[in-house]
Design a protein around this ligand. Structure first.
Ligand SMILES: NC(=O)c1ccc[n+]([C@@H]2O[C@H](COP(=O)([O-])OP(=O)(O)OC[C@H]3O[C@@H](n4cnc5c(N)ncnc54)[C@H](OP(=O)(O)O)[C@@H]3O)[C@@H](O)[C@H]2O)c1
Length: 217
């Protein structure tokens, strides 16, 4: 997509990457750049429109949605990062409130799509699995993820596709555990992606990050 003559909204636009994105969008000829910030942004370019937008504030999201006439590009840039070891639930919730739910609520506010909540929750859970795996390795605890395709249970009743039996999946999960597989693909549908996942750049990055965590410990 070409940014020229487009209307762009950038969250977390007051500093860091967000601030740079504002300038880059202008440089590329954006028609209007909505700068979502908590604290404000002074910008000489008249194409920049400031929006008060804290991702965790529902009424600010609602007001921002009302203030934007039309939008071509939404850049969900705002985020927080604190170094943690998952021992402080409140700290984890604070990060999720911004990075996950905040981003979700802003996107929903502007686009009103049907977003598959199940997939979002599982994607986040997958990331949690990776973090726990790295964290708990120090204590000698192994963490395994199970990535099942469609399984013939109540959950998938309305889903008309070939399904594995719960019994075969249960068997494959224990087999995977026995083989020491970090990521277990327990049915023929999920097995089709097993090899490409295990040799993927994402998996290599996970191992790289885990080695970093181990070194920090
Ligand atoms: N820096 C990196 O190495 C790196 C690498 C990969 C990905 N990222 C991602 O890139 C994005 C921008 O990171 P950055 O490096 O530019 O971070 P940054 O310099 O710390 O800036 C974070 C921005 O997010 C805003 N923000 C935080 N909480 C918010 C909230 N509740 N509502 C609205 N805005 C909020 C901040 O606003 P305030 O000024 O009001 O706090 C600030 O504008 C983040 O999503 C980050 O996860 C960064």
């Amino acid at each position: 997509m070409n940014i020229a003559n487009k209307t762009v909204l950038i969250t977390g636009a007051n500093r860091g990457i967000g601030r740079a994105l504002v300038d880059e969008a202008l440089r590329r000829g954006a028609k209007r750049v909505y700068a979502g910030t908590r604290s404000g942004l002074q910008h000489a370019d008249k194409r920049v429109v400031r929006l008060t937008l804290d991702l965790t504030n529902a009424s600010q999201i609602e007001r921002a949605v009302g203030a934007v006439e039309a939008l071509d590009v939404l850049i969900n840039n705002a985020g927080v990062a604190t170094f943690d070891d998952l021992s402080d639930t409140a700290a984890t919730e604070k990060i999720l409130a911004v990075n996950l739910y905040g981003t979700f609520n802003v996107t929903r506010g502007f686009l009103l799509p049907i977003i598959p909540a199940y997939s979002i929750s599982k994607a986040a859970l997958f990331s949690l699995t990776q973090s726990l795996r790295a964290q708990l390795a120090r204590k000698g605890v192994t963490v395994h993820g199970v990535f099942a395709g469609p399984v013939d249970t109540d959950m998938s009743r309305g889903f008309d596709v070939p399904k594995a039996s719960p019994e075969s999946v249960a068997q494959a999960i224990f087999d995977g555990l026995k083989e020491g597989e970090e990521d277990i693909f327990p049915d023929s549908a999920s097995q089709t992606i097993a090899e490409s996942w295990r040799t993927s750049a994402a998996k290599a990055l996970e191992h790289q990050n885990a080695a970093f965590v181990k070194g920090e410990g």
